[in-house]
Design a protein around this ligand. Structure first.
Ligand code: GLA
Length: 675
């Protein structure tokens, strides 16, 4: 199916614009347009929370203010992502139709207030949303300023109302057909939890059932399905009037819904990036942001939009730290070089009230443009103009894949074993991603579904794949047999797609591929040290969890445990299987140690590096099109030693072969030519 694409030759710079909060200040609205031009803003998201103004009473619509806003933006050369207002509903609706409000896990219906506080199942809510969406699409769907539909806002959270309960029961009937089948696959004999009528099944709740992982997994799948169908209905309400692409703004490491499913409902992927900046090294936080960028790009193997970020600080982190000088440009360009076609902010102008009055924004309450933030934002706008050629060049596919799967994540978050609170596989995936990034290796991040083609990659990394979804073992086996290389870490291949333990040898279906059998899982206290000695001579510490395989038949031992009762037991192995290679690491280790592990793997699996010189500590490099970004994410100045001088596309300065890059700063050079 051909998806609508954004028609814009430029990288977008802009963000959420809430003129509806300023309609009594035409002077400010006028100033906005001029200052947007000054800051090189070329696109804004409008109307995300405007429902109470667009439809002040049921069936009474007021579009005059939005007509004027969009027309005037267009006249100033600024494009619009037009939002549907389904992220927050007006008070009249909650008053008249209480069913639209969300019910919490204690089965208590919420009152009017907040946002994202509605039931996605409610037929009334869906009907009201479709009506306002249709009106918006009819009116603005062909406006030349409008380039993209921004559906709702940060879909998230679960509802537990009777409508959801009924729909869940129907969803289960559709999936299992008979209660016998459901009872079997939910392991219902445990604690006498068999159901004899579909109507007995409540959503999982602390008041009832929260100790059945299979059921919790299904509720997460069901809620994902409800959200997907909600988005689909919004898109369908727009389609008769507009063929423009649609997006939903996704979030950081978000586990409520499976984004792979939601991605199928939209044309363009976008997400909101709010890293936890510090004054010291930002390597970890930005490496995590980059893994999210890679994940978003991988959802459709296409450029995505960073549709929100803060131009300075946020107001909801435990410590709301300002970005240090240079960091705004650097963090923004990390997104662009990861595949984002935009740098957009929350928000253009700080409101005077509401809970976000002190969240960073381009325009502060001072209303002045001679501020550090405004200058930083203008610098980014200028950089995006200089780098606009990136937009036209096709994104290259990475050759290394990290498998990160939401269903596996749900299973790990519910499992009761190992090191409680530390079983989230995304944390393991982050460590691998950061290690690879520090080594200059670009990767995709995809799930275990059939849409992921392992054969496209030279190296497939399986970090803590506790759940092997259906057929994943067979796909992995065939990939390696046919010449692929895989690297798997501990606590993998243990449960099936119903979250039931596989019977027989573990890891399920791949024990012979890795040449290890039935590892026993151990958890380590923080003060405990178990070290691994690699065949290369280095010793690295294990942490949190490790496994002791019952039997190792892998043909090459690359590391052994050197302490505790497992002394000399292989913990890092390579097995030649068919035409491929299978590496296995039985212990969880930190990012620094993973770098050592990867350097060993790369001796057998050559991978392309972004630059042809070693990256100093805390320095990363990303390439896109014909350019390479080099960024210092550390706390101090770093000396970069390139193989030849280069010029910086941002400043125009000539960089010597060796040059000093200050903390938080970046340069963009011509990309090295490979081969
Ligand atoms: C999210 C929301 C915005 C705003 C920002 C604040 O990304 O989508 O509406 O609340 O957070 O950081």
């Amino acid at each position: 199916m051909l998806m609508p694409k954004i028609s814009s030759p430029v990288l977008w710079h802009g963000g959420d614009y809430n003129p509806d909060q300023w309609l009594d200040r035409p002077d400010i609205l006028e100033q906005d347009l001029l200052l947007m031009q000054k800051a090189h803003v070329n696109c804004v998201s409008v109307g995300i929370f405007s429902w109470s103004l667009l439809e002040p009473e049921e069936g009474v619509f007021n579009f005059a203010w939005l007509d004027s806003v969009i027309d005037r933006l267009y006249a100033h050369g600024i494009s619009v992502c037009l939002a549907t207002p389904s992220g927050a509903r007006p008070a009249w609706m909650a008053e008249k139709y209480p069913e639209v409000m969300r019910t919490d896990a204690q089965f208590v219906r919420r009152r009017f207030g907040g946002r994202h506080n509605h039931c996605l199942t409610s037929p009334v809510y869906r009907e009201k949303v479709k009506r306002i969406d249709g009106r918006l699409a009819e009116r603005y769907g062909k406006h030349p300023a409008v380039k993209l539909w921004h559906i709702g806002n940060e879909f998230g959270g679960y509802c537990y109302c009777d409508l959801c309960k009924k729909a869940f029961q129907e969803w289960l009937k559709e999936k299992y057909t008979t209660l016998d089948e459901l009872n079997r696959r939910w392991w219902g004999a445990f604690w006498s939890h068999r159901y004899s009528r579909w109507e007995q099944i409540d959503p999982p709740s602390p008041l009832g059932e929260t100790s059945n992982p299979s059921m919790q997994l299904d509720y997460a799948r069901f809620m994902t399905a409800q959200c997907a169908s909600f988005i689909r209905e919004e898109r369908e309400a727009i389609r008769p009037f507009s063929s423009l692409p649609v997006t939903v703004n996704m979030m950081w490491d978000f586990a409520d819904y499976d984004y792979h499913t939601l991605a199928k409902e939209v044309d363009v992927i976008s997400w909101d990036a709010y890293p936890y900046f510090t004054g010291a090294s930002n390597l970890k936080t930005l490496a995590e942001a980059c893994m999210n960028h890679d994940f978003m790009r991988s959802l459709k193997d296409a450029p995505f939009l960073m549709i929100e970020s803060s131009p300075s600080k946020v107001n909801w982190h435990p410590v709301n730290h300002l970005k240090r000088p240079g960091m705004h440009l650097t963090s923004s360009l990390l997104a662009v070089f990861s595949g984002s076609d935009s740098v957009m902010y929350f928000q253009w102008r700080k409101g005077r009230g509401g809970s976000e009055a002190f969240h960073g924004a381009v325009m502060d309450h001072s209303g002045r443009d001679d501020t550090r933030v405004f200058r930083d934002v203008t610098e980014v706008g200028d950089a995006l103009i200089r780098l606009s050629d990136l937009k036209a060049q096709p994104l290259e596919k990475a050759k290394v894949l990290i498998v990160s799967d939401t269903e596996n994540r749900w299973a790990c978050l519910n499992v009761q074993t190992g090191y409680q609170g530390k079983m989230d596989p995304i944390l393991e995936a982050h460590r691998h991603h950061q290690a690879l990034m520090e080594l200059g290796v670009r990767c995709d991040v995809k799930d275990m579904s059939e849409d992921t083609h392992l054969e496209d990659y030279d190296l497939v990394i399986c970090p803590q794949l506790f759940m092997y979804r259906e057929h994943f073992d067979k796909r992995l086996e065939s990939y390696v047999r046919n010449g692929g290389c895989v690297f798997q870490t501990c606590f993998s291949g243990i449960v099936d797609g119903d979250d039931l333990a596989y019977l027989g040898t573990a890891p399920h279906g791949t024990a012979q591929v890795f040449g290890i059998r039935d590892p026993e899982l151990d958890a380590l206290y923080p003060e405990e040290t178990i070290t691994l000695r690699l065949a290369t001579g280095e010793s690295i510490p294990a942490m949190e969890i490790c496994e002791y395989p019952e039997d190792v038949t892998a043909d090459t031992v690359l590391g052994v445990y050197e302490t505790d009762f497992c002394q000399s037991l292989p913990c890092f192995t390579l097995n030649h299987y068919g035409a491929g290679l299978a590496f296995y690491l039985a212990a969880r280790v930190d990012t620094e140690a993973l770098k050592t592990v990867y350097e060993r793997i790369f001796r057998d699996v050559p991978v392309e590096r972004t630059v042809d010189f070693p990256l100093p500590k805390d320095v990363v490099a990303l390439s896109r099109g014909a350019s390479t970004l080099i960024a210092n994410l550390g706390a101090g100045t770093r000396l970069i030693k390139m193989t030849s001088p280069a010029s910086d596309r941002l400043s125009g300065a000539l960089l010597n072969e060796s040059f000093a890059l200050e903390s938080g700063r970046c340069v963009v050079i011509a990309r090295k030519q490979n081969g």
